[in-house]
Design a protein around this ligand. Structure first.
Ligand code: CTP
Ligand code: MG
Length: 406
């Protein structure tokens, strides 16, 4: 066992990494944990997260014959390696059998959740208490239906549901007892939390993370590869490129198009436009604000509006464009960028803009924490959908620069 200093979030904890499955659905020609991923393997990435979480007893549960390859993957960190069972539950049981003395909290983790952030281990461990198990979970974003054969028989309220992840954490003594009970009963539970609850334990949840998704299918493996490629790729998050002692700032472009609806009140360029019909949209339809968000995120190489504010983030449904702008400015600051300036132009017959230009520029600039924003409007000579009055098209460009390099 490693140093178990009580200041570490995983003090007196063990992490059992179950990696003994065959990966039938992935069908990659090797047990799933040993499938190549980036410059390592699925298990290698999972272990990076585990070891970065802090000192703990680490127990790897692997398929028979993979003991020595698993041992060679720990990067010099001490770890127990044991052979797993026919089921996941059997594999966890094999891991529990080698818990060291002095361990009072056990985290059980799927190797298949290879990109789980190390902070998730600490968050789970910190919430474990006597009689209380903890799982990381995410809110469900899809609309859910109960089905029977080909029929949709009922809607399901997703507010009552959460998608469970790992690591799942438990007090050691109660977890070991709950496993002994399951062995006696010969019952297979869906996960450790269900097994623990069946033995009378309480289970709470903490917020999980998108990155902790389980690699199950070839599509999931591809998703993991893309995430790793994006992190490794030079450029996006790097600061400007120095040329002859001068740092070149970074430019981004964003566009957005929204159709006019038949009612409501238009929200555009951070202002309300009484008497003008609203634009359709997932949020307030402020196409000017949305184009600026994309230009800024693009300039910093930090993705796009869908990634940060899309349907996977229900907390932003119906939010004002100003909220998106303020959060975007924060995201840039957190990544070490300052905004140079933003220039944005919309094409549309309405609203008549020039009289309120200064007001709009002020509102947008304020939402971005003071960065200069220039807004202009143009018509299209009656051509295209903006010319026919069906909607508005917006183009924005933004310049950002690294705070570190000025
Ligand atoms: N697992 C295990 N022992 C088993 C079965 C599963 O240690 N007998 C582990 C897997 O290695 C994985 C985790 O439990 O890290 C979650 O299981 P799952 O995603 O179902 O993996 P596999 O069982 O390997 O995949 P499949 O069901 O597609 O065969
Ligand atoms: Mg399985």
């Amino acid at each position: 066992m490693n140093d178990q200093s009580s200041s570490s979030p995983l003090a007196h904890s063990a992490v059992i990494v179950v990696a003994a499955g065959s990966g039938t659905r992935l069908a990659a020609g090797a047990p799933k944990a040993f499938v190549p991923l980036g410059e390592s393997t699925v298990l290698g990435h999972a272990l990076d997260g585990v070891f970065a979480a802090g000192p703990a007893q680490v127990i790897l549960v692997v398929p028979v014959g993979f003991e020595s390859v698993a041992s060679s993957m720990t990067g010099g960190h001490p770890a127990e390696v044991v052979v797993g069972g026919d089921t996941r539950q059997g594999s966890v049981e094999a891991g529990l059998a080698v818990l060291a003395d002095g361990i009072d909290t056990v985290l059980v983790h799927d190797a298949a959740r290879a990109l789980t952030p190390s902070a998730q281990f600490a968050a789970v461990a910190a919430a474990v208490a006597p009689g209380v198990g903890v799982i990381p979970a995410l809110p469900v974003v899809d609309t859910l239906k109960r089905v029977h054969g080909g029929e949709v028989v009922a809607p399901v309220d997703r507010a009552e549901l959460a998608a469970a992840q790992t690591p799942q954490g438990f007090p050691r003594t109660e977890l070991v007892a709950a496993y002994a009970r399951a062995v006696d009963q010969r019952v297979e539970y869906t996960d450790d939390a269900a097994l623990f609850a069946a033995a009378g334990g309480a289970v709470r949840h903490v917020l999980g993370s998108e990155e902790a998704f389980k690699i199950t299918t070839p599509h999931d493996l591809e998703r993991a590869r893309m995430i790793l490629d994006a992190v490794a790729a030079p450029g996006p998050r790097e600061t400007g490129r120095p040329v002859a002692g001068m740092v070149i700032p970074r430019i981004g472009i964003g566009t957005d198009v929204h159709a006019f609806s038949s009612g409501g009140t238009l929200r555009l360029a951070g202002l309300d436009w009484p008497g003008e019909p609203a634009l359709e949209g997932h949020s307030d339809g402020d196409a000017v604000a949305h184009a600026i968000v994309d230009a800024l995120l693009g300039a910093a190489g930090l993705g796009d509006i869908g990634q940060h504010f899309g349907t996977a983030h229900p907390e932003y449904a119906g939010a004002h464009g100003d909220v998106f702008l303020a959060r975007t400015a924060e995201i840039l600051t957190e990544s070490g960028f300052a905004i140079g300036n933003v220039s944005v132009q919309f094409q549309g017959n309405r609203p008549r803009f020039s009289a309120r230009r200064a007001e709009a520029e002020q509102a947008l600039s304020a939402a971005l924490g003071g960065a200069p924003v220039a807004v202009s409007a143009t018509t299209t000579d009656g051509l295209g959908f903006p010319g026919r009055g069906e909607g508005i098209a917006v183009t924005a460009v933004a310049l950002v620069h690294s705070i570190a390099q000025g």
